[in-house]
Design a protein around this ligand. Structure first.
Ligand SMILES: Cc1cc2nc3c(=O)[nH]c(=O)nc-3n(C[C@H](O)[C@H](O)[C@H](O)COP(=O)(O)O)c2cc1C
Ligand code: SF4
Length: 389
């Protein structure tokens, strides 16, 4: 089994050493270290973090912003909550380094509305860091000023999408926008903005203090480092696990105590439902999607009900702005209801499969582009159970 050599995020760390190192070198060199480490965003899309920072760095602007995406709305995900509860100072240190690297003086944490109980914790961390001169004016006597504020979401899943999040922070309806321009060009208040996931930012102080090569000794090529997985469902030990990228699903299932599972939803509702035949595939940016959520289904689970549950979620959470997603998710759910009643014809089912492709290619944001995944993967892997009931 590909055992984890040593944990990164849940290992030891001395607060401030990453920031001190960052401030002793040029912003370009911080960006180079992050690029060399191969760190890819942990918020779902897996975009190279150093490259994103470089885009924002190169923009000419009087103001720039960095935002920590702590919306964590994906069903089955609770890893960011754990980081913000147990180590908010590290998240803020990562955000501060990001600010230094791109030339921003202000950072924000966009906190999921339901996580309001963590707010005090984060505010306490902000106060502590200011007392230690690791945040605020003239940080560590470097002449670099950086401040952090928390903004609360109001519970919409789509507000985790970076542009919907920015629109919500701008005071408008939380709706995705067409890209380009990208947030690094025109983001919060129309200024260059970097949006990064909580977990992504948590890796930053380690990479800066210990170096890109050290980080690359974890994981596999193209998927470096470790990853936090929120694991739930029919298992003995639900919880948050830090494992190396490249671990196979089978290895993960062994660690969490899954006894003879029938299916595993990898990457949350927007991810894919994996059947036993694929349990030996690695979880990585090239393999099974390394989203934060892993939901395990035992033999007794009805996969049509599982699918119905996910689709009800998407119908509820679609912002309704574009037709393929607004109508498409509704039609897929309608099809599942017909399958449940045994009155869905093969012809109509084939039309729904075509609709999935239309949704994937023509929806405006990641919600509509990925919501058909559960329909496609459950129908493909559990045909006998779902269609021939
Ligand atoms: C519907 C939807 C919801 C999302 N929710 C989150 C979220 O809760 N947290 C997050 O970090 N990224 C979320 N994302 C991804 C963000 O748009 C963005 O890619 C990410 O915050 C960038 O950070 P990263 O590069 O560190 O991964 C979501 C995307 C979509 C389409
Ligand atoms: S894909 Fe869905 S959530 Fe995204 S903009 Fe279109 S309607 Fe809104």
């Amino acid at each position: 089994m590909k055992q984890i050599k040593k944990k990164i995020l849940f290992g030891e760390y001395v607060s401030g050493i990453g920031l001190e190192k960052a401030l002793s070198i040029k912003p370009e060199d911080v960006i180079k270290e992050i690029k060399d480490s191969g760190l890819r965003g942990r918020g779902g899309a897996g975009f190279p973090t150093g490259l994103k920072w470089e885009f924002a760095f190169k923009e000419e602007s009087d103001e720039k912003y960095v935002i920590c995406n702590a919306d964590e709305g994906e069903p089955g995900t609770f890893k960011d909550r754990k980081l913000l509860t147990e180590q908010p100072e590290k998240v803020i240190e990562g955000l501060t380094i990001a600010g230094y690297a791109i030339g921003a003086k202000r950072g924000f944490i966009y906190l999921r509305g339901e996580y309001i109980y963590i707010l005090k914790n984060i505010e306490k961390a902000i106060t502590n860091l200011k007392e230690k001169n690791l945040l605020g004016e003239n940080i560590l006597n470097s002449n670099f000023h950086f401040d952090v504020e928390v903004r609360l979401g109001a519970g919409a899943y789509v507000c985790g999408e970076e542009f919907a999040l920015i629109e919500s922070m701008n005071g408008y309806r939380g709706e995705p926008r067409n890209k380009p321009p990208f947030p690094t060009q025109k983001g919060f208040r129309d200024k260059p903005t970097v949006v990064n996931n909580v977990e992504t930012l948590c890796f930053v102080p380690y990479i800066v203090s210990k170096g890109a090569e050290w980080f690359k000794s974890f994981g596999i090529e193209g998927s470096t480092g470790t990853k936090l997985f929120s694991v739930s469902g029919d298992i003995e030990h639900p919880g948050v696990y830090e494992l190396e990228l490249g671990i196979t699903l089978n290895e993960l299932l062994e660690v969490v105590g899954a006894k003879n599972p029938k299916a595993v939803q990898v990457g949350g509702a927007a991810g894919i439902c994996v059947a036993k035949k694929d349990f030996d595939r690695p979880i990585s940016f090239q393999g099974l999607p390394p989203g934060g959520s892993i939901i395990v289904f035992g033999e007794h689970r009805d996969m049509l009900k599982v699918l119905k549950n996910f689709l009800e979620f998407f119908v509820e959470e679609s912002c309704g702005q574009c037709t393929p997603c607004r109508e498409g998710n509704y039609r897929l759910l309608e099809g599942v209801n017909m399958l449940e009643k045994g009155n869905c014809s093969y012809r109509y089912l084939r039309e729904l499969l075509t609709l999935c492709e239309v949704m994937k290619t023509s929806s405006k944001c990641g919600l509509g582009q990925t919501s058909p995944n559960c329909f496609l993967s459950i129908l493909e892997n559990f045909k006998d159970e779902v269609i021939f009931r």
